[in-house]
Design a protein around this ligand. Structure first.
Ligand SMILES: Nc1nc2c(ncn2[C@@H]2O[C@H](COP(=O)(O)OP(=O)(O)OP(=O)(O)O)[C@@H](O)[C@H]2O)c(=O)[nH]1
Ligand SMILES: [Mg+2]
Length: 407
């Protein structure tokens, strides 16, 4: 059951200057890029797609295909895999692959050195394939803020360069990386020891948010979800709203036994056990009482409880929320309990993926992801352009009075 869109505020905009500055550099950077690693968050595998990347990647591929023998691989990496229920990974992978057969999808987690090694091996295979035409391969990592880009590059470096130190700073808050990094070596073939291959370098980049998250219900929901995975700057959403949204979602996934129940265990025999779904107010009341979150005078400290609850979910709550298989993560829900039927689950996921991309296309067509200010600026620029054209025409006519006037 969808969260009532009317209760969600208009999505705020967070597009600081460093993102804009980076976007301006992107065309040149992409012209020097052989491999794009596009990182998304497995907890919200559709919401964490930045639709703005798609056209750039298409252009980049088209440009590079003109140059014979050029490497132009995009690998879509779903990170933070450790924070989702594993049962959804395979059907999701198959569903995405069915929708985008030309793309490569992989899952990683910072806690899974084997997954990192396997991704590193995939890069090294490309370095072998392109050793004849390239002296080196350059990897550019891209993705929304806080999806784990810097962490992934640190992990790939450790997987490929024995004894490599952690090169990039990471943070639980978005916007840590604010500029393009220096070149990081991910692979250095040893002549005679390794098969013929070229070295691999990578660049870390700032996370890119959408300039405007969207004015429709899709945009409102996108905003609150991105805030939940901490892709948006802290403070843009009230924790109370995030907690309410979260309670609603956890209730949907497991109505009989929502994932938050273990947070409300009675502290003594006088406190009754809690069962079933609670509404957000009841839940926060109980959380304050049972976790001792009280203000002076014994009043419940709702703000503290809401923040604590959201942080709990960010760290491990996504894992315990969906074992009845009524939905997966935040982007998939089908309502009825599917049990262990992978093919059916894949079919439902495929349907949802198609709906998602159709919604994105519709947003583009009606201009929902363009802010009013931007629309106004574009209209103004158009007026100025027309005025200048007229002035130029008039000047030409004054200089050459015998020139016939175009009608
Ligand atoms: N559980 C878990 N946490 C991760 C994983 N990868 C990254 N993180 C955490 O996610 C947070 C963000 O990681 P960063 O690597 O700084 O993310 P980023 O995409 O570089 O962020 P920006 O530079 O702000 O765009 C940090 O707290 C990381 O420890 C993962 O695979 N699993
Ligand atoms: Mg970073």
């Amino acid at each position: 059951m969808a969260f009532p869109a009317a209760l969600l505020p208009a999505a705020p905009s967070w597009y600081p200057g460093h993102m804009n500055a980076f976007v301006k550099r992107l065309p040149v950077l992409l012209s020097q890029t052989d491999i794009i690693l596009e990182l998304r968050d497995t907890r919200m595998p559709l919401t964490s797609i930045n639709p703005a990347f798609e056209s750039r990647v298409h252009r980049w591929r088209a440009d590079r295909k003109m140059k014979l023998g050029s490497c132009c691989e995009r690998i879509i990496v779903y990170g933070k895999r450790d924070l989702v229920s594993p049962w959804g990974l395979e059907p999701f992978h198959k569903a995405m692959q069915a929708r985008h057969p030309e793309e490569k999808f992989v899952f990683t987690a910072k806690t899974d050195p084997r997954a990192l090694k396997s991704l590193h091996n995939a890069l090294v295979n490309l370095a072998r394939t392109y050793a004849h035409s390239h002296t080196e391969l350059n990897v550019l990592i891209m993705g929304m803020p806080n999806v784990g880009k810097s962490t992934l590059l640190n992990g790939l470096r450790t997987a490929g360069i024995p004894g490599a130190s952690k090169a990039l700073r990471t943070s639980a808050l978005p916007g840590m990386t604010r500029a393009l990094s220096t070149r990081l070596k991910l692979y250095d073939p040893v002549p005679g020891k390794h098969e013929v291959a070229c070295p691999i370098y990578a660049f870390d980049t700032p996370g890119l948010m959408l300039p405007f998250l969207g004015s429709g219900s899709y945009g409102r929901e996108r905003g609150v979800r991105l805030a939940l995975i901490a892709a948006l700057k802290e403070g843009m959403y009230d924790y109370d709203l995030l907690a309410t949204y979260l309670v609603h979602r956890l209730n949907f996934l497991q109505p009989d036994s929502p994932a938050y129940l273990p947070l409300l265990v009675p502290r003594n025999s006088k406190e009754p056990p809690v069962t079933g779904s609670l509404d957000a107010e009841e839940f926060l009341d109980l959380l304050c009482a049972r976790r001792g979150m009280v203000l002076k005078g014994g009043f419940p400290d709702y703000a503290r409880a809401a923040t604590w609850f959201v942080q709990w979910w960010r760290e491990n709550g996504a894992l315990v929320g969906d074992n009845t298989r009524r939905g997966w993560g935040f982007d998939f829900d089908w309502g009825d309990e599917l049990g262990d039927v992978e093919a059916e689950m894949q079919a439902r996921m495929e349907k949802r993926i198609i709906e998602h991309f159709a919604a994105i296309q519709e947003e583009d067509e009606v201009g929902e992801r363009i802010s009013k200010t931007h629309k106004l600026n574009v209209a103004r620029a158009e007026v100025v352009k027309k005025r200048k054209e007229k002035q130029r025409e008039r000047a030409i006519r004054l200089e050459n009075p015998n020139t016939p006037i175009d009608t």
